[in-house]
Design a protein around this ligand. Structure first.
Ligand code: SME
Length: 155
């Protein structure tokens, strides 16, 4: 996977965009269609208490995840990326889409504060290699830089 290319595409797509929803929506579509072998890709955003469903690609998903719950809540609560090769072996995994077998969740910070998580699910076991994790982490870093520069706080 050419992570440099998709990171450049995110940059180009976000140029002059002041809406966070717009940036996140295109970021989820870009990842979903570029990476392949996924069944869900999107964002849960931290409202100060819970993680709330944000822009995504895939089937409808649970709308709220408490910190510390599931793979997403664990990433958000610990600040550590969760690369889970088999979600059925992850204690507390929340099954939104029964097709998911592996999952990568990267916590996102804007201005040093928890902003949310990037959640990517695959029907394949062990879908995300070390190289994928590093590439998607770079993508997420650029994304949070862009989000930090947007003018609007809410949308
Ligand atoms: N599986 C996630 C819940 C979100 S869905 O995958 C979209 C979790 O355990 O946190």
């Amino acid at each position: 996977m050419d992570y440099k290319l998709i990171t450049e595409q995110l940059s180009a797509l976000s140029e002059g965009v002041t809406s966070r929803v717009t940036v996140l929506s295109n970021a989820s579509a870009l990842l979903y269609h570029s990476l392949g072998r996924l069944n869900w890709c999107g964002f849960y955003l931290f409202d100060g208490k819970d993680l709330i469903l944000g822009p995504f690609q895939g089937r409808t998903a649970c709308v709220k995840i408490p910190l510390g719950r599931g793979v997403c809540g664990t990433a958000a609560a610990t600040g550590k990326t969760q690369n889970v090769p088999d979600v059925h072996k992850f204690a507390g995994h929340i099954a939104c889409d029964g097709a998911s077998n592996s999952e990568l969740v990267i916590p996102l910070y804007v201005g040093g504060a928890l902003y949310g998580v990037l959640d990517i699910d695959s029907p394949e076991y062990c879908r995300f290699s070390q190289e994928d994790e590093e590439g998607i982490t770079s993508f997420a870093r650029l994304l949070t830089d862009i989000i930090g520069k947007t003018e609007k706080e809410i949308i």
